[in-house]
Write a protein that binds this ligand. Structure first.
Ligand code: C5P
Length: 285
């Protein structure tokens, strides 16, 4: 085998609680991840050239070490003294720097793919260790689970049992927000706060959409709205159009709406101006 094609899905955060800033500069999180149907397609081709090469038509996808997928391949190649190179072809559907972890997902897909292509024999635990060296959101994508609890800086994953399939409209403003910048602007309150994860989990298990919608939350929202106060209108517009609940995903600026059905999602999609936003109808994967 010298070629492999894999899907590399995006994630949403249904809850993102920031607990504290750690001495290492990262923030301690409790978050609920959802894997969604919006996905990139990655083809890995082992080559005799002995080089790692990113092929991607999207102009904002870095082609070198700043690309997490490149970095993932470089780490494995070095550690296992692999002579072959690899061409990493990425068909980019997930918006870049939008709070959807597209780059992290690509890195996880490369770890899983090269483990097979180069027959490295890495155990799940070892793959998780590579993932956390690459970024906080990479580990989630190694698990074959639609929903998971993320703790630590987001890289400690506990898959969640929930048979729920959710439908969303995902509104992605044509603006990038960088995770490091958003976290750096966060002012943490010292007061005791609600455990939003434990509030949401029972509704995720039972599939109670109304209660689930009421439990969506993101502690980074005040920062996202301080950078772009106009994004409040996106939330309002979705709610006015009948979304059951809305919330920002990750470090923004994507807004996720929870809706009743695919049909409902498609009708909401038409209400947004494509000049300023990209709008996707997505479901739990
Ligand atoms: O882990 P990742 O490379 O995705 O994180 C990017 C940046 O976001 C980090 O360098 C850090 O500044 C910030 N971050 C954080 N706490 C987290 C995750 C990310 O402060 N739990």
């Amino acid at each position: 085998m010298d070629r492999l094609t894999v899907l590399s899905p995006a994630k949403l955060n249904l809850v993102l609680d920031v607990l504290k800033k750690r001495p290492d500069g990262f923030h301690e999180l409790r978050t609920v991840f959802e894997r969604i149907s919006l996905a990139d397609r990655i083809t890995l081709t082992s080559t005799a050239r002995g080089k790692i090469r990113i092929q991607c038509a999207h102009p904002q996808v870095p082609k070198g070490l700043r690309n997490l997928a490149f970095k993932a391949a470089a780490l494995l190649r070095e550690d296992f003294r692999i002579k072959e190179g690899v061409d990493i072809n990425i068909i980019k559907n997930i918006p870049v720097a939008a709070g959807l972890a597209g780059g992290s997902s690509n890195a996880a897909a490369v770890l899983l793919g090269l483990n097979r292509l180069w027959a490295l024999g890495l155990e799940p635990k070892q793959l998780v260790s590579y993932a956390s060296r690459l970024g906080s959101d990479v580990a989630f994508f190694l698990y074959d689970s639609s929903f998971a609890l993320g703790t630590g800086r987001g890289e400690v994953i506990q898959p969640l049992n929930a048979a729920t399939k959710l439908w969303h409209v995902l509104v992605v403003p044509r603006v990038k927000m960088y995770t490091a910048d958003v976290f750096a602007r966060l002012k943490l309150k010292l007061t005791n706060k609600k455990d939003n994860v434990n509030i949401l989990l029972p509704f995720l298990r039972t599939g109670n959409l109304k209660r689930l919608a009421g439990a969506l939350s993101n502690d980074l929202e005040p920062v996202i709205l301080s950078l772009r106060p106009d994004f409040f209108c996106l939330k309002k517009k979705l709610l006015d159009a009948g979304a059951i609940g809305v919330c920002f995903s990750g470090s923004g600026p994507s807004v996720l709406a929870l809706v009743q059905s695919e049909k409902h999602a498609k009708s909401l999609r038409e209400k947004f101006d494509r000049r300023y936003t990209r709008v996707f109808v997505v479901s739990t994967l």
